[in-house]
Ligand binder design. Structure first.
Ligand code: SAH
Ligand code: MG
Length: 206
């Protein structure tokens, strides 16, 4: 099915990054998840975007490529990833639209960021999702959107837990707790989807 949809959807961009990600086990967003993320950005006309977890810059490049007046701040702590991301932003000549912020998103001073984002994409350490959400949604405008990736984590969340390590089990529990916490928020309306590795689309309603 995905191959059929692939042909109908947009041409594949940044295939060299996809190849690099596969060869180096970099967990970039799944293709259908990306289609939805980009469609949301278009539909809500998001111009100021914050991403937590740049990796090699694949999703940031895709988001920036939608429109020349989109600005992206993207946070990454891993120095090897930072190097690759910068190289890729230069290679595709989108560095004027993408601002890479180096450091741990949990320690970063919020003053270094813009104050009103239209959309926040949470795609960093999965055990910390709630902390990222609480910290960075202080910078989300009313009516803004938070997209969280990997909320079903390889189908393991709410799935069968045989043959998975203690660490993975604990991670799965944390993602599950995050999903239920998101669901309980009064000021957000969230839809949980099994697209890609699972996406939660939360809209700030208060
Ligand atoms: N959004 C990317 C994939 C990100 S993978 C894409 O789809 O193309 C997750 C990245 O988050 C990793 O590179 C990891 O180093 C980074 N990360 C994890 N925890 C972080 C933190 N606390 N602060 C900053 N970056 C973090
Ligand atoms: Mg992800």
């Amino acid at each position: 099915m995905i191959d059929y949809l692939k042909k109908l959807n947009e041409p594949e961009l940044y295939q060299d990054l996809v190849e690099y990600a596969i060869n180096n086990k970099v967990p970039i967003i799944k293709e259908d998840g990306l289609w939805l993320l980009k469609k949301i950005i278009r539909l809500v006309n998001a111009k100021n975007i914050l991403e937590i977890g740049s990796a090699i810059g694949y999703s940031a490049l895709h988001m920036a490529s939608i429109d020349g007046d989109i600005q992206i701040d993207t946070i990454e702590r891993d120095s090897k990833m930072i190097e690759q991301a910068i190289e890729n932003f230069n290679k595709y000549d989108l560095n004027h639209q993408i601002n890479l912020i180096k450091g741990d998103a949990l320690e970063l001073d919020l003053d270094t960021l813009r104050s009103q984002y239209d959309l926040i994409f949470i795609d960093a350490a999965k055990a910390q999702y709630q902390k990222f959400f609480l910290k960075y949604t202080t910078l989300l405008k009313k009516g803004g959107i938070v997209v969280t990736d990997n909320i079903i984590y390889h189908q393991l969340v709410n799935g069968h837990h045989n043959n998975i390590s203690k660490n993975t089990q604990s991670l799965v529990k944390k993602i599950d707790a995050y999903n239920h916490w998101l669901q309980s928020l009064d000021d957000y309306s969230t839809t949980f989807l099994s697209i890609g590795d699972g996406l939660a689309i939360s809209e700030r309603i208060k």
